[in-house]
Design a binder for this molecule. Structure first.
Ligand code: ZN
Length: 495
């Protein structure tokens, strides 16, 4: 291709601006991750360590999660509400195991203006205690049940382990559902239903396959009867919890005295659940699909699904090409494709390609004077790099189809990787070898917290979850301690 003077000039300009990712994902995943987050303009570091700014490209993704999940839970009968950010210390302390689990990471407000507060206020690390204080007032009779509320909000957990944007941050966004039922079986059924919806978010929005299951005793939520989770497995051999759904039993209803009169007018404690998904899920998606060039966005969460890059050499053809590009943009917007036309002057097409690749835009459309003559465009897929010509007349069919194809291909690739990563092990030695090979373990085990503690100490890996449907165990032995195995579960190194 002959370079026009305009292009030469623009090269100089562009060299000053963004540089690409300088490390390979496989060589230094954590450096790669922080570079991608910043250079793709998802995250900016804030002035307080562990608190990050979600830039529009990241917040857009969160909005897609909200737009997807909110109607699903409303269909189920859940309503949205909002409870205060500050929780009096006395309330937070009401459920013993709950506060024991959270005390190390609570941020406190001790004064207002110049005066010390009579009681310390926790900045909500989660809202069980403040919500159930109200549930106690609102629930009187079985006719008040089920009570099912959700809130979209932020929470603060002052974790002292080194923070990582999105994955382990001191403040994050989430939804927290809090429900109360008359019958335990209805509460338990809900925990599984919600888990299915979380799997749906990962599968249908993020194109990320997950393992659904029950957490171990050691890993369950502080104050829960049991916890269910979805877990993803990343290319550098680390698993990560994606979302959780907890059955709280009557632990909180007893601590908060939430009772109702049943049909026989006897007083009973309610059965409760809480469940949540956070902005961490965005980090999981970034780590799952990104490559050495940067972010790879699944089309359904991409703010820009298509970027059109006009290729212009001189003023004469420039006008024609730009006009066609505008037309194309409008045509695609009409069928609800999110399109960006990059008509910036002073940047070479090549420079623009790099930028949109770094930012993960699923499809790039190139259109130049020669394409106009042939009534065609070039379309390049971000995920596979595949480049193809398409007639202008067919784009309204081809573009949506391509976006769907990218979603499915990303999911399939990730699912294949997940399946190939799971290794069945029978002994601790086999487990250690598999962990060294960056694999995910599936093993029969005893389920005892002491056994898990020892395993954790030895390998720095932990239990992830155990499938809800278990096969019957036939005298199998625990892979870690050799004791009697009671279930099969997944283990791995984890965030
Ligand atoms: Zn064991």
């Amino acid at each position: 291709m002959i370079k026009s003077p305009m292009e030469k000039e623009s090269k100089k300009l562009s060299e000053k601006s963004t540089l690409g990712i300088t490390v390979k994902k496989s060589e230094d995943t954590s450096e790669w991750y922080t570079q991608v987050l910043q250079k793709a303009e998802l995250i900016e570091y804030g002035p307080v360590s562990g608190c990050y700014i979600l830039r529009p490209a990241a917040y857009f993704i969160w909005e897609q999660v909200q737009a997807f999940f909110d109607p699903l839970i409303k269909q189920e009968g859940v309503k949205n509400a909002y409870f205060p950010l500050f929780i009096p210390e006395s309330l937070l302390n009401k459920e013993e195991k709950h506060i024991a689990g959270f005390s190390a990471e609570v941020a406190w407000v001790e004064s207002g203006g110049h005066s010390k507060l009579p009681e310390r206020l926790a900045v909500r690390p989660t809202s069980e205690t403040i919500m159930y204080d109200s549930y106690k007032k609102w629930i009187r009779s079985h006719t008040d049940l089920p009570l099912r509320l959700n809130q979209w909000c932020n929470v603060v957990r002052w974790e002292f382990k080194h923070p990582v944007p999105l994955l382990r941050s001191r403040e994050f966004l989430w939804q927290e559902g809090h429900t109360a039922f008359a019958a335990q079986k209805d509460a338990i059924a809900e925990t599984e239903k919600i888990l299915d919806l979380y799997e749906k978010i990962f599968r249908d929005l993020y194109a990320v396959p997950v393992l659904k299951g029950k957490k171990s005793e050691a890993e369950k939520f502080a104050g829960a009867e049991f916890s269910l989770s979805v877990e993803a497995f990343l290319s550098h051999g680390k698993a990560i919890q994606g979302a959780t759904s907890h059955h709280l039993g009557q632990h909180f209803s007893k601590a908060f005295d939430i009772t109702f009169a049943n049909e026989k007018q006897e007083q009973e404690h309610v059965w409760q659940n809480s469940w949540g998904i956070t902005t961490r899920s965005i980090g999981v998606m970034v780590l799952m699909h990104g490559d050495d060039k940067g972010l790879v966005l699944p089309p359904r969460v991409a703010e820009k699904q298509v970027v059109i890059v006009p290729i212009v050499f001189d003023k004469d053809t420039a006008q024609k090409v730009l006009k066609e590009a505008e037309k194309l943009k409008k045509k695609l917007e009409k069928i609800s494709v999110r399109v960006h036309l990059d008509n910036r002057e002073g940047y070479t097409p090549g420079w623009k390609y790099n930028e949109w690749e770094l930012k993960g835009v699923p499809l790039r459309m190139e259109i130049g004077p020669r394409d106009l003559e042939k009534k065609q465009v070039v379309i390049v897929r971000r995920d596979s790099g595949e480049k193809k010509f398409f007639p202008l007349s067919q784009l309204e069919d081809e573009v949506p189809a391509l976006l769907e194809k990218i979603h499915h291909d990303l999911y399939e690739k990730a699912e294949k990787f997940l399946k190939e990563s799971i290794v069945s092990v029978k002994t601790l030695k086999e487990a250690e070898k598999a962990l060294e090979d960056k694999k995910l373990l599936f093993a029969a085990w005893c389920g005892e917290p002491e056994c898990e503690d020892k395993f954790k100490e030895k390998t720095t890996a932990k239990s992830l979850n155990s499938p809800l449907k278990q096969e019957t165990m036939r005298n199998e032995k625990c892979f870690a301690c050799g004791g009697k195995a009671t279930l099969k579960g997944y283990f791995g190194k984890s965030y």
